[in-house]
Design a protein around this ligand. Structure first.
Ligand SMILES: CC(C)Oc1ccc(CN(CCC(N)=O)C(=O)c2cnn(Cc3ccccc3)c2-c2ccc3sccc3c2)cc1
Length: 259
């Protein structure tokens, strides 16, 4: 009976329930690469009887807030994946809005990202972006390429199985042309053929809005990554949520397959 009244404290393995201080986590190991599957914009808007694009706009502001915080905490790389199942169900107006969002984000925040020494990168098929989006993205990548702070990496039109197949096909081609010897093929070399070749594997994966799935995201790279799931919807994701995720990561000694 008592259980009925026990306050729902989120997934039991999600660790910290109480307030986490920045000072607390700075004493521990800061995850060098954090990957986030940003989910929940639509539901956030629906809960507030707002149009769905309001959720995406709010979600974009959270991207800036969490980028700033991760950079301040000394995180080396932040990979963001906007997972959306209802791509095909989306009304045309919403898709058009979403495609404009990257430009709005960059026009608004690129000067700040440059000031904060953030390096903007993209994984996925950039060519599929509309011309105006592609121009803004290429400018951001070019204007931040010499920055040495946080790598802010966006996964767009990204699918992990396609990425793995593409790597296999490239390696077969290189073996055929003699550029690569079969005996040279090991896990390290395989990673060099992936779109994420410029990054180390994520130390911590965060997924919001209560979905507990990988959704074809970084399947190879997440082999030893700690997962932190939260019911919080992306537009509601706070700095305290990021601190909780990092705190929980620090509490779980990582095994890398060892004991
Ligand atoms: C350098 C960076 C700013 O440029 C890009 C960044 C992303 C993409 C890919 N992209 C948008 C277009 C597409 N679908 O390809 C998505 O992944 C996508 C799908 N839904 N949402 C809304 C959403 C917004 C916020 C949080 C989750 C979803 C987004 C999305 C994702 C992150 C951010 S951050 C500023 C805008 C924005 C839009 C292309 C270029």
């Amino acid at each position: 009976m008592l259980n009925l009244f026990k306050k729902w404290k989120g997934h039991p393995q999600s660790g910290a329930q109480q307030h986490v201080m920045k000072e607390d986590i700075l004493k521990g190991e800061i995850p060098e690469h954090i990957a986030i599957i940003m989910d929940g914009n639509g539901r956030w808007a629906k809960k507030r009887a707002l149009p769905r694009i309001a959720g995406h706009h709010e979600g974009m502001k959270v991207v800036r807030k969490i980028t700033k915080q991760a950079n301040n905490l000394g995180v080396k790389a932040l990979t963001l994946y906007a997972f959306s199942t209802e791509n095909w169900k989306r009304p045309k107006t919403e898709v058009e809005y979403i495609m404009k969002l990257p430009e709005e984000f960059l026009n608004t925040y690129l000067p700040e990202l440059i000031k904060e020494n953030v390096q903007v990168r993209i994984i996925g098929d950039r060519q599929k972006l509309p011309e105006h989006t592609l121009r803004a993205v290429n400018r951001a990548i070019n204007d931040t390429k010499n920055n040495t702070g946080l790598i802010l990496n966006f996964a767009l039109n990204y699918g992990s199985r396609a990425e793995i197949l593409n790597a296999v096909q490239s390696m077969i081609k290189d073996v055929k042309t003699g550029k690569l010897a079969e005996t040279d093929i090991d896990e390290k070399l395989f990673s060099d053929y992936l779109m994420t070749h410029f990054l180390q594997d994520p130390d911590l994966l965060i997924r919001t809005s209560g979905e507990i799935r990988l959704s074809n995201f970084m399947l190879w790279q997440l082999a030893y990554t700690e997962f932190w799931f939260t019911d919080v919807l992306w537009p509601d994701f706070s700095e305290q949520d990021l601190l909780k995720a990092i705190y929980t990561y620090q509490q779980r000694g990582r095994r890398f397959g060892g004991i």
